[in-house]
Design a protein around this ligand. Structure first.
Ligand SMILES: [Zn+2]
Length: 87
């Protein structure tokens, strides 16, 4: 059980966010999700939006992407709950 407690602490210490491409307006039905620290996800999401969706890198695009970022725990409630149960 100690391993699970450590895992829970690690999650708490390193809040990550997720960007779900399904929430971004797109005609591609893209299902990519990115997770990491805010800066990491924004950088990766911007690169993805430009290369995969043909967007132009701009402050407006970054602002739109920033708006779809969610705390990882919001999008992984099942995982979060099962970790809590085990702990
Ligand atoms: Zn995409």
């Amino acid at each position: 059980m100690d391993d699970v407690v450590d895992l829970t602490r690690t999650f708490a210490k390193t809040p990550r966010v997720m960007a779900d491409c399904r929430q971004f307006p797109s005609e591609k039905n893209c299902t990519l999700t990115l997770s990491g620290k805010v800066d990491e996800v924004l950088a990766a999401a911007t690169a993805h939006a430009v290369s995969a969706h043909g967007h132009t890198d701009s402050p407006e695009l970054r602002e739109q992407l920033r708006q779809i970022l969610k705390p990882e725990s919001d999008l992984l409630p099942d995982l979060d709950q099962s970790i809590r149960k085990l702990a």
